[in-house]
Ligand binder design. Structure first.
Ligand code: NAP
Length: 286
């Protein structure tokens, strides 16, 4: 298929590379010029999207998606009936619905397909896509999901994928906060983190979050797989969505404070596990 891939960050670049590897004809665009071997590098989103079957986006946030779609040199002018626009960015479900209306007015379809699996999953072509969209468009996209992921799960119509995705990240944020606070308290009480982690991994506390993040925590490796600024953005999306829909999230409101303090303390571009450094600082642990 002919695909335009827009956004070559931690996630987008390996995703685009996997489409090339699967034999698709790919054009790529990134705000800060970047290439993907075997793909055509386009000068603008509009240029990348000319004549393609599918436009796939993976950019930072809601305003970045709006910019790529409808900003100067956005893809809107290149849309034509039959084309499918797919968004793998994590953005507001309500914004997704607005963008969908505008894209459908041009005869193209819109599918939200945020992902889970992080950098490792993107590189290995093992992402899980959390999808909202029509059955017909998903059938067309099937080989592309297969090139970049292990599976896709259709949650419902367009917008439903983003709703489920922010719910999943809410669970991750709270699970990680539990792990980080448990490690912080026990460290202050004199229990070595390696031993507490061993206990976690050999008990009912073990989880995908502890499997993935524990080794990085023990090595104190805070290099970004999922940057703190993006998890903070997701937490704000969850709270906004909760506000719009009359839902109370008291634990998440407290966790947001830790992310805010961490971001203000210069940790934005580290992995979100660096929030443990803020907890340690607040607890007088050096
Ligand atoms: P990233 O490495 O920070 O990349 C962000 C991308 O968005 C870059 O290509 C960036 O361009 C582009 N961008 C930012 N603002 C823009 C704007 N105003 N206009 C156009 N492009 C803009 O982020 P990532 O980790 O790849 O994440 C991408 C999306 O996937 C996010 O929504 C994130 O929440 C989600 N996600 C990430 C992970 C993860 O583990 N990393 C997992 C699941 C979902 P520049 O290169 O010019 O800055």
């Amino acid at each position: 298929m002919k695909i335009a891939f827009l956004g070559l960050g931690i996630m987008g670049r390996p995703m685009a590379a996997n489409l090339v590897k699967a034999g698709h004809e790919v054009s790529v665009w990134n705000r800060t010029p970047k290439n993907v071997e075997g793909a055509r590098t386009a000068a603008t989103p509009a240029d990348a999207a000319k004549g393609v079957d599918v436009v796939w986006m993976c950019v930072a946030d809601t305003s970045a998606v709006e910019h790529v779609l409808f900003g100067p040199n956005g893809i809107e002018g290149s849309l034509r009936p039959g084309m499918i626009v797919v968004d793998s960015s994590t953005i507001a479900p309500s914004a997704t619905l607005k963008f969908t209306q505008r894209v459908r007015a041009k005869g193209a379809d819109f599918v939200d397909a945020p992902v889970t699996g992080s950098k490792i999953g993107a590189e290995a072509g093992q992402l899980l896509f959390i999808v909202g969209g029509s059955e017909k468009s998903l059938a067309t996209l099937d080989p592309l999901f297969a090139a970049m992921g292990k599976k896709y799960i259709r949650v419902g119509e367009t917008g439903a994928g983003e709703s489920a995705k922010i719910g999943m990240n809410l669970i991750i944020a709270l699970m990680f906060e539990g792990l980080a606070e448990g490690l912080t308290l026990t460290k202050k009480l004199g229990v070595p983190s390696e031993i507490l982690f061993d206990l976690v991994q050999n008990s009912m506390l073990r989880s995908g979050v502890s499997d993935y993040k524990g080794p990085f925590l023990l090595k104190r490796d805070f290099s970004p797989n999922f940057p703190l600024r993006l998890m903070h953005k997701d937490i704000r999306l969850m709270l906004e969505s909760a506000g719009e829909n009359g839902v109370k999230l008291p634990a998440l409101e407290k966790v947001e404070e830790i992310y805010r303090q961490s971001a203000e303390g210069g940790l934005r571009d580290e992995d979100y596990i660096a929030t443990i450094k803020t907890l340690e600082k607040l607890s007088g642990i050096s």
